[in-house]
Structures are given as C-alpha cells and as structure tokens.
Design a protein around this ligand. Structure first.
Ligand SMILES: [Zn+2]
Ligand SMILES: [Zn+2]
Length: 383
C-alpha cells in the first residue's frame, strides 16, 4: 500500500507557509477529532492520518527531508542508517505532546484517554481472591479429611444487602448525570468547541448516590467477618496441592462478584514414610540370622501393619514391594505401592555365648582359622 501524500492529506500545496500548514491542520483536526466523532472509526483513522502528516510538515527539518525523499525519509531501516535514524514512525498521537504541549491540547487528550481507563474500572470491582495454607498429616492425606478453618474476609453487608444504603432508604439517582454516570462538558480550545464525556464526579460513574449510608458498613456494602468454613480435603492429595473454593474469597464492592478462596495443602514430613507420587517408601532393619535363615516380619503401613516374608538369603538393601499399600490416587484411579528397603544390621556388641557361636560359624565357613584369636592373629597367620 502506498502512503498518501502528506500535502494532499492536509490539503495544502508544497509552497504553503508554516502558518498555512498549521491552519489547515487545526481545521481538519477539529473536524475529525475522536471526541467529536465518537464511534466513527473512519474519523479516527482520518484523524491519525492528519496528525501523521502534520508531525512531518509542521516540523521544518522533517518537512525538508520529506520534500527531498518522500515517505522513504521516515521508513525505519529503509535508508540504511543515514541521517534519518531516531525518527518515530508517523501517525502516533504522541506527536501532539511535542508540538502543542503549551496549547491546551494535552487536556483534551487526557480527558479522552482517561475516560476509557475509568470506564473499564467502574464496570465492576470483584472481590479479591484469598489464600489459606493448611498443614495435614500423611495419614490425613491418605484417608481424606474435612477440616474447619477460620477465614477473616470481607463479606456482603447483611444490613444493607451489599447496597451500601441504610436499610429502608433507597439509592437515589444521581442528579448531576441523571443516572448515566457520565457528564458531557463543552470546552473551548485552540481546536474550537470540544465536547468531552467524562465520569460523573458526584457519583463516581455509578449513576446513583447513597443519601444515608448503611451504618454497619459505612456505605461500602461489605463488612469484615471471620467465617468458619468446612473444607473437604480429598484422599490422595499431595504436598502443595491447591483447592479452589469458588466464590469464597472476599465480597466485591457494590454487589460485584466475590473472589475465590485457594487452599494450599502442606503435608507434614512423616517419621517412617517418604512419598513419591502415589508410592510410599520405608526402611526396616533385620538381623543377620533373619536375613540368612528367612523370616516373616511385621512392617508398618500407612493404614497400620502388614506381614512381610523375608526369604532365606536376603541381601542387605533388597527392596520389597507391597502392592496397593501406597497412597490413593486423588482422582480415584487406584492406589500406589509401598516399597520396603531391608537393611541388615550387624551386631555391635554380643554376649559371650553369641560370640562363641559366631566364631564357630566363622571357622566352619573358613572365614576364620581358629577360635578365640583376634583380628591381628588372623592377619599374622595369613601372611
Ligand atoms: Zn451495609
Ligand atoms: Zn452522577
């Protein structure tokens, strides 16, 4: 798409004086200003175009460049970093501020943009989300549990039902804006008469005013309350899970929707079990004889106890799996497993009799040549 000629846009010829250019610009800007042509997209585009043209033609240096190179003078990168770097692209509103900051245009401009900002603000102010941290045990996570928690929060004022007006009194339609929340103002500026629409300052855009504020909530429609809530923690929750309780956050202002309450669940470290996803891990020690000869031992589970068969000849750090003895899946899809690591404990002290038996065993298995000699004796014999 080729850009329109800036002189054509402003309707002036190439030899027009700075004053003529300025006059032409003002006349067009007045005609196409967005405040005068609300909801007219065509006018807005035209307004931008006019500004882009004036940004260049209203500036001696830029005009000279434009006269010499045309639009190419202002295309970024088009001239490979010659003398034209640093020019903003044409068409921004920002150019006004440079050119007319002392002329009163700023005021109109800020009224125009400021109104849009407030418009979105006043639509509604939903209540804030709240976060509550709770710590439970692994056993509680296994079974699932209902906990009572106390949440201090803003709630809808019951005395005025959130309206902010004292009960029995009604909100009154704002007499300044007749309930529209907006006021029109006609101003004079260098562009001539400009009609601006702003937020009504009397009702702050609500369209209604409270004559007698509710004494309970001072007219805000909300009161601070500490509420006791039952929270259902599902079986199988993991550490740092979040539960969202929709609408249990703070009440919104002026009857707007409430925020949500987020429960963050922490699980206390367990004395016996470590958890990885749905599986539980624990460690248990057995004696040399149990490992060698085999045994059936009792081991802890998250629900209580279970029997575990130790086969003869079990090596230290063997891991046994107890199927379905882990944590339930939080979505109800079965259970994890429990893994038991067997650690064989070497006795540190022995009775005389135990020592005698062990020595006999040592001789029998040729781990030791004679009974009753210490380690150094054995070493001597070896060499
Ligand atoms: Zn109230
Ligand atoms: Zn008003």
């Amino acid at each position: 798409m080729t850009k329109k000629d800036y002189y054509n846009i402003l309707g002036v010829d190439k030899n027009a004086s700075p004053d003529e250019i300025k006059r032409a610009y003002r006349k067009l800007a007045r005609k196409y200003h967005p405040d005068v042509n609300q909801d007219d997209k065509g006018a807005e585009a035209k307004f931008k175009e006019i500004n882009a043209a004036f940004e260049v033609l209203g500036n001696q240096q830029k005009k000279a460049q434009y006269d010499q190179f045309g639009h190419a003078a202002f295309q970024q990168g088009a001239r490979g970093g010659g003398g034209f770097q640093g020019f903003r692209g044409s068409g921004g509103f920002s150019s006004f501020e440079d050119i007319f900051s002392s002329s009163g245009f700023d005021d109109i401009f800020s009224a125009f943009t400021g109104m849009r900002g407030e418009e979105t603000q006043r639509r509604s102010a939903p209540g804030a989300d709240l976060r509550y941290d709770i710590t439970i045990t692994l056993e509680e996570a296994y079974t699932g549990i209902t906990k009572k928690i106390q949440v201090p929060r803003f709630e809808k004022c019951s005395a005025c039902n959130g309206t902010g007006a004292k009960s029995g009194t009604a909100k009154k339609t704002c007499d300044k804006c007749n309930g529209s929340g907006k006021v029109r103002q006609v101003r004079r500026s260098f562009l001539g008469q400009i009609v601006t629409v702003g937020i009504c300052d009397k009702c702050r855009g609500k369209g209604t005013i409270i004559e007698t504020p509710c004494p309970e909530c001072n007219g805000t429609g909300r009161v601070k309350k500490t509420r006791t809530l039952d929270i259902k923690i599902p079986a199988g929750v993991d550490n740092d899970s979040h539960l969202r309780m929709a609408g249990e956050g703070e009440a919104g202002m002026n009857g707007a929707s409430s925020g949500d309450l987020y429960i963050v669940i922490h699980i206390k470290p367990h004395d016996i079990f470590e958890r990885y996803e749905s599986d539980l891990y624990c460690k248990t020690t057995i004696g040399i004889a149990q490992a060698t000869l085999g045994d059936e031992i009792e081991i802890p589970t998250i629900k209580g106890k279970a029997k575990l068969k130790i086969p003869a000849g079990t090596q230290s750090h063997t891991v046994f799996k107890l199927r379905n003895q882990g944590m339930p899946d939080v979505h109800g899809r079965g259970k994890g497993d429990q893994f038991v690591r067997i650690v064989i404990e070497i006795p540190k002290t022995m009775t005389k009799r135990q020592r005698q038996l062990m020595e006999e065993y040592a001789v029998e298995t040729k781990q030791k040549a004679t009974v009753g000699k210490g380690f150094f004796d054995k070493m001597k014999e070896y060499f």
